[in-house]
Design a binder for this molecule. Structure first.
Ligand code: UDP
Length: 378
């Protein structure tokens, strides 16, 4: 059968675009995914042993300040009110993350008030005087000073990204706020945050629930593209370098590996995510999903936990690393993509961008708007 649109990837980008095309344009869409489930890396699943819903590819917290995104999401789910807090272990002591007044006072053994802490950190930063930071390490030292960087950021980042932090872009550090008050909300700037009340997979089932949408799972685009026909466009949300057969070389990516354990007792670590900042601990963090749904009040005296290890799996990239070497290749791939009229490449893997979920939804809504404009013009 020939569909109007073919979408590669049933993750957030692909599913939102499919929903829009089906419900607004009333056109047919085939959505394919090489995995055996929809939802991409947002996929959630209920553990049959404990009844706890967990995020199969690592903890995902929805957060946004975009009214447009929130209005869209509200049509498919309610959020459960969960607010994300993260702790980090350094030298066997637990600290709050992102770095806030509590972290600073615990680390330096002080009792600073906000203004004292601010002035103290200015002095710490001045000791290294990085005027225009050009990489992750310089950016971090220019924001928090070297001692905090070396305690909480340097080894964690080297472990997580498997490269020297000097090779990462400054923007990756900019994801982490620093504050001079006791607010330990990870996403303090987000107007809305939480976990979908019925889990993430439920949203995808709703997004893709249309007579106009056909979903084909366990279908690898690269093994099947010769049999895939469309009238209008191919919308591809997989890795951009793979789409072009790595013509300009491979971009750098990272994946994560999660090791599952069952803890006997209803609470293993008292929080949903505990980071491990030091290099002698091989895992980067431990996830305990029961804490993501406090409203469910799980009563089972067992908790499922996941140890996260760094990994690069070329078959399954999760995060763009974005080194300076990647920039040139990415520009070449993007130029090539622009030359193809009936092709759109986007989403986190397609754009090679460290998008959060809200940015991915926004990219999908914008992509749909562009499709509509093109249709009007033609
Ligand atoms: N980071 C760190 N220590 C931490 C938390 C984060 O060094 O305890 C660094 C790390 O390099 C990470 C970046 O800050 O990739 C951005 O953190 P974020 O929480 O956004 O990462 P994510 O949750 O997406 O893995």
């Amino acid at each position: 059968m020939k569909y109007d649109y073919i979408i590669v990837g049933a993750g957030l980008f692909g599913s939102v675009v499919a929903e829009r095309i089906a419900n607004i344009l009333n056109k047919s869409v085939l959505v394919i995914d090489k995995r055996n489930h929809v939802g991409g890396n947002c996929y959630s699943h209920v553990d049959p042993d404990t009844g706890i819903e967990y995020h199969v590819y690592g903890t995902h917290i929805f957060h946004t300040s975009s009214r447009r995104v929130m209005d869209y999401v509200n049509r498919f789910t309610e959020l459960n009110g969960y607010h994300h807090q993260v702790l980090t272990v350094h030298n066997d002591k637990v600290y709050q993350m992102p770095i806030n007044l509590e972290t600073i006072n615990s680390f330096y053994g002080t009792h600073f008030y906000p203004q004292d802490a601010y002035e103290f950190i200015q002095q710490e930063k001045a000791r290294d005087a990085v005027a225009s930071p050009v990489n992750f390490e310089e950016k971090a030292i220019s924001q928090i000073g070297r001692p905090l960087y070396e305690a909480f950021i340097k080894s964690y980042t080297a472990k997580q990204w498997q490269i020297d932090p000097k090779e990462l872009p400054p923007q990756t550090f900019s994801r982490l706020p620093i504050r001079f008050n006791y607010n330990e909300d990870y996403f303090i700037d987000a107007r809305w945050q939480g976990i979908p009340i019925n889990g993430y997979t439920d949203i995808f089932n709703k997004l893709l629930d249309s007579e106009k949408i056909t979903v084909q799972l366990k279908c690898d685009y690269f093994e099947n593209h010769e049999q895939l026909f469309y009238n209008k466009k191919l919308i591809y949300s997989g890795p951009i370098d793979q789409f072009f057969g790595y013509k300009f070389g491979r971009l750098s990516w990272r994946t994560i590996k999660l090791e599952t354990h069952c803890h006997l007792g209803n609470d293993f670590q008292g929080t949903s995510v505990m980071n491990y900042a030091d290099s002698d601990v091989t895992y980067t963090r431990i996830h305990e999903p029961r804490h993501l749904h406090p409203e469910r009040n799980y009563q089972n005296n067992k908790s499922i936990i996941f140890y996260e290890y760094p990994e690069y799996n070329p078959q399954d990239p999760f995060y763009p690393v974005n080194t300076s070497k990647d920039k040139k290749k990415l520009t070449q791939y993007k130029e090539l993509a622009l030359k193809k009229q009936d092709l759109i490449i986007s989403g986190r893997l397609g754009s090679y961008a460290y998008y959060d979920m809200d940015k991915t939804i926004l990219a999908a809504l914008d992509c749909f708007d562009k499709l509509c404009e093109e249709m009007k013009r033609s």
